[in-house]
Design a protein around this ligand. Structure first.
Ligand code: AMP
Length: 207
């Protein structure tokens, strides 16, 4: 199954994508993770996107589309994949339709207040790409999955969170109508506990 996860920053796309990946045994393709890896390794792409990401803006469509096109052509995507953080604009969605057949777009619907709370308490593990909320951690510095050192993502500062939400509503939100018109939109209430949200997603995917 070729699945897109839609939703505002902090709506839980990454967390849900990892759980779906484990259950359905299909890869999670996160453009944010791809960019962060390049940043960490200081590749030419990483240097190109560094300032854009720090501001909370979107990486230009042509760069992002090319990366996703190449990644989805790899053999592990042959039986399906979960796109997490792509597409994020109508241009990206239209491009995706030219080289892939998407089965459904799951939209995680989360209250804006909850989003700001989630993002401002978020901790990230650069070693295993795990994301956690400070309220669930016994030790705010150590990854409970792999023991790595947790960090606050540079784009999780309050100012950048606001900018990312502004960009989301302006550029990404129209994708809900785009996939609704294609009859592919599945909306899920993304508020509440992780396992509850995950249960709702699996219920709509199995329909
Ligand atoms: P994320 O981890 O999905 O929140 O993405 C982190 C950052 O990576 C975003 O704020 C953008 O700067 C960049 N990014 C990730 N996915 C995309 C995309 N599909 N199009 C453009 N920029 C992206």
């Amino acid at each position: 199954m070729n699945i897109i996860l839609l939703g505002a920053p902090g709506s839980g796309k990454g967390t849900m994508a990892q759980k779906i990946m484990n259950e359905l045994q299909i890869p999670q393709i996160s453009t944010g993770d791809i960019f962060r890896k390049n940043l960490k390794e200081e590749t030419p792409l990483g240097l190109q996107v560094k300032d854009i990401m720090a501001r909370g803006d979107l990486v230009p469509d042509e760069i992002t589309i090319e990366i996703v096109k190449n990644r989805l052509a790899e053999s592990d995507c042959a039986n399906g994949y979960i796109l997490d953080g792509f597409p994020r604009s109508l241009v990206q969605a239209a491009a995706l339709d030219t080289f892939q057949n998407i089965d459904c777009a799951v939209n995680l619907d989360v209250d804006e207040e909850a989003i700001v709370k989630r993002l401002s308490g978020r901790r990230f593990c650069p070693d295993c790409n795990g994301t956690f909320h400070i309220s669930t951690l016994q030790n705010a510095a150590v990854c409970p999955s792999c023991g790595g050192k947790l960090i606050i993502r540079a784009d999780d500062s309050e100012e950048t969170i606001r900018e990312r939400l502004r960009v989301y509503y302006k550029t990404t939100f129209p994708l809900i109508e785009y996939y609704s018109k294609q009859g592919k939109l599945l909306t899920v209430d993304g508020n509440g506990a992780i396992d509850d949200v995950y249960g709702r997603i699996m219920a709509v995917l199995k329909k």
